[in-house]
Design a protein around this ligand. Structure first.
Ligand code: SF4
Ligand code: SF4
Length: 383
């Protein structure tokens, strides 16, 4: 397993492949534990628990008994169980009762991340920020009942405003190559509405790109939901692009977006867990999403670095994807943030070493003018 840090959560290390909870629903306690055992055996140490379902929480509590410190739990605040079903609420009394129920059933006295559940509209964000939810989260954090405050969203503009408050440590966001082309919307159904793809699309949506860059700069960790678009991305018939990606390509796409630390894979069985984790051993050709993205007719990503790494190897060993990422982060900020400068410094080879051989440009499926980018990076970083 490979791990990345939750920078605003004491640099807690979380597995790149993490678990969503939907595949654990309606399982017996034994089946639940068997799936979690296998995942943890494979090095998975991070799980999202958006559901307030009592049976899920009881099963989870039983499955983690005696090893609470071995797993990073992301539980949702404002998702409660009412009349036998899930309810999203901003009602503070219900929210507080739901949180205490969560801790009690899990048999723990803290969550690593308390995630404000599903905020997609400006008005809902205002309510969450002004109606007491964020104040409650801060109280929980001060009391050690949550270690970090999170927020989940499908809307890059709302998510950005939330991150800009400075109160959000972790963002759960819907990421895949198709959604990344769509403009912001307060209705998440727009992300998979066929009408919104029928005329083709050009380039990654600038609000989404700006959100990922902001999170990377601010140390806000993104954990990904909908990496497979609910499975649609894996089917040529259902994918908005009309071509199928494989699981590895979807995961690699997400993990190469700035700010992303983990993909919450929605595994329904031990075999699906093994398949998701096998991404780490998959050959490069099977992970290379650029091959699919660059061959689509109606959808074009030309001209912008997608951080896919397809241009490697560089003649002098520069990691072109990393240099481009740090360059874009700095250009978006209008200066070189200290953390980005540090990351750049740690690279083994720097942009100034580029000999303009253009081998990378011949390999790049997206027509990126890499030599120009290296010159710009050498100017911006000074070497
Ligand atoms: S320059 Fe091209 S091939 Fe290299 S990482 Fe960027 S998009 Fe991929
Ligand atoms: S042009 Fe520069 S960055 Fe590209 S392969 Fe050659 S040396 Fe590396």
């Amino acid at each position: 397993m490979r791990y990345r840090e939750l920078k605003r959560c004491n640099n807690q290390r979380v597995s790149e492949i993490a678990l969503g909870c939907e595949g654990f629903m309606n399982k017996s306690a034994q089946e639940f534990k068997a799936m979690l055992d296998e995942a943890m055996e494979l090095g998975v140490n991070f799980m999202d628990m958006y559901t307030p379902n009592p049976q899920f929480r009881d099963n989870m509590g039983a499955a983690i008994r005696g090893r609470r410190d071995k797993i990073v739990l992301q539980g949702h605040i404002c998702a409660v169980w009412e009349n036998g079903q899930y309810l999203r609420t901003r009602d503070l009394e219900k929210t507080k009762a739901g949180f205490e129920d969560q801790l009690c059933r899990l048999g723990t006295d803290y969550l690593d991340i308390g995630m404000i559940h599903y905020v997609d509209s400006e008005s809902d964000l205002k309510e969450a920020l002004n109606g007491g939810v964020i104040a409650y989260c801060k109280e929980l954090k001060a009391a050690g009942k949550i270690r970090a405050i999170g927020l989940s969203s499908h809307n890059p503009l709302v998510a950005r405003k939330a991150v800009e408050t400075g109160d959000i440590d972790v963002l759960m966001f819907s990421v895949n190559a198709a959604y990344d082309m769509q403009p912001a919307s307060e209705d998440c159904n727009d992300l998979w509405e066929p009408e919104n793809y029928k005329n083709g699309l050009i380039g990654m949506n600038s609000d989404r790109k700006a959100l990922y860059e902001l999170c990377e700069r601010e140390g806000v960790a993104i954990d990904v939901m909908k990496a497979f678009g609910g499975g649609d991305m894996l089917s040529a018939e259902l994918s908005p692009f009309g071509v199928a990606f494989n699981e590895y390509q979807c995961i690699e796409y997400c993990l190469t977006r700035p700010g992303v630390v983990s993909v919450m894979a929605g595994c329904h069985s031990v075999d699906e867990i093994k398949k998701a984790v096998s991404y780490l051993e998959a050959p490069r050709e099977e992970r290379d999403y650029s091959l699919v993205l660059s061959r689509m007719e109606k959808f074009k990503f030309q001209g912008n670095c997608m951080y896919c790494g397809h241009c490697a190897p560089c003649s002098v060993g520069i990691s072109v994807a990393d240099v481009n990422k740090y360059l874009n982060l700095s250009l978006a900020q209008g200066e070189v943030p200290e953390t980005v400068a540090d990351h750049y410094k740690l690279l083994e080879h720097h942009a100034s070493e580029c000999i303009s051989c253009k081998s990378c440009e011949r390999n790049c499926p997206f027509g990126v003018e890499v030599v120009q980018k290296m010159k710009k990076a050498a100017e911006v970083f000074g070497y």
